[in-house]
Each structure stands twice: as structure tokens, then as C-alpha cells.
Design a binder for this molecule. Sequence first.
Ligand code: SF4
Length: 301
Amino acid sequence: MPRCNVCYRHCEIREGETGFCGVRGVKNAGNGDPHNSSVCRDELTVYPINYGKITSIALDPIEKKPLSRFMPGSRILSVGSYGCNLRCPFCQNYEISWSDEAYEYGRESRYLSPEDLAELALEYKREGNVGVAFTYNEPLIGYEYVRDTAKLVHENGMVNVLVSNGMASQEVLQELIPYIDAMNIDLKGFTDNYYRDILGGDRQMVMEFIAEAVKHCHIELTTLIIPGENDSAEEIKELSHWISELTDAAGNGIGQDVPLHISRFFPRFHMTDRDATDVDLVYELADVARKNLNYVYTGNC
Ligand code: SF4
């Protein structure tokens, strides 16, 4: 049975089904027709069934990604599809990220080919657009669309931004690195338990993704502070210390200059059993992080 190697789950996927994320299915590698009955199973290959299916599109200020130190003051055409390989119970975009088909939560998708999207980005240039941001749902589970589109966006002299949970393999990262100019990656907490038990993720894979990505393009990180889960000063101290030790491709220390966004949680979706994060606590934790990092921002306060 074909196995997906995009993330740590390594889902085995049957014909007509998808992996955990609801996005990666299988098709025949030869002719692309998953219904071809003459095809033997060995020829099946894993692909993203959400390729080009856009559920959300908006021309956003780049600070909203959030990116505070990459082309400040500009706007970026932001697009999302559906599906995610995490299951954060407080997800703001659950209508699309927890859906295995875009319409499940009442959102319909429209198809935009890589050529269509690159062209649209160019059209919006006169309104201050600088490129395309792949965001809203998890773009890495459909990385082929990101890669194919980002290549064309670069050819048009525009930039590409990835907003991601960073939970993907090094192979996926290497496919995208030539075309991505900036990323905001979630580093959602700094314990394995939190990633595994609350989010359904793998902290180690995210850390390896960040450590490699920072060697190749502009990186900013985001930590959402959830009361009772990842809100201790000790955890933010460890998290910010780890960031501060990141290096560039030549081994030079650049971690202290990696921006960190510390954000306030609001109860929503499946996590309504607690109050919003205390604003003072967000400021206190930002101060803790500032002992290790030069650029710490607070969000949603
Ligand atoms: S990307 Fe999706 S299908 Fe692939 S291993 Fe991860 S959850 Fe499974």
C-alpha cells in the first residue's frame, strides 16, 4: 500500500481513501487516472487531492501573516485550501483545516491553476501586492501546489510566503526552499506531551523543520499561549533559548534575531473550557523571551 512521507504519521493510503489529513490520496503514476482498473497497486503514487482547490483568498497586510520584519507595509495575496495534519482543538480556521473536503463545513472551493494564481498575484500588484502567501489551512500537506505556483510567482519577480505548522519532512522542505522567501512557522509549545496529546503532532519534526528552514530564508515564529498548557515562564524560557541558538548555513549564530510572536488565545471551537489568556501574562512571557531574543512581538492583546 502506498505510504505518504510528508509528515511523521507516514499514513498508508488505500485507493479511494486519504491519509489522516484528508488531503493526500493515491493515483496512478502513469496516467493520473485513479479509476484505471488495469493498474497494478505498485504504480500508485501519493498526491494531494486538494491541488489548486482554493477555499479562501484575500489581499492581506503582510503583518497579518504575521511577518513583522519582511517587507513591512506591503500587502500579499493570501490563499488557502483545506486540510491539516494537526488537530489543534482551538483552531481558528477549523472550517477548512479540519475538513477532509472543502464543503464539509459549508465552504466551497474553486480551482485556480498555478498559472491562474500567479497571474492573479501579478494583477494585484497595482494594489500593493508583493506576491503570494500560502496560508489558512496547512500548505505543506499540499506542497506540490505551493511548489508549482511559487515557481511561477518567482518568474514574475514576486515573492512567496509560507505560513505553516512546520510539521513536514526535510524532503518536503527541500522541494520548496528554492521558491520560498519568508515563512511564519508555529512553534506551538516546547514539550513533547503538548504536541502529542493536545495537538496530535510531533515536536521533534517541527524543530528540525525550523532549524533547517532558517538556513535558507527569512523565518518568523509564532507561539499561541494556551492557559494551563504552555503558559509557564520556564517553557517560554526554554523555547526562546532554543531559538536563540539557531544557525545559518555557514554555522553562524542567527537565532537571536529570529522574530518570535507570542499570541493570546481566545476560547473557540473544541476548546471553550477556559478563559482567554490573561493579557498581562502574555506581556510577562514576552519579556521572558526577550532575555534570549531581540525581536519579540505580542499578538491579539
Ligand atoms: S501529510 Fe497527511 S497523509 Fe501524509 S503522512 Fe501526514 S497526515 Fe498522513
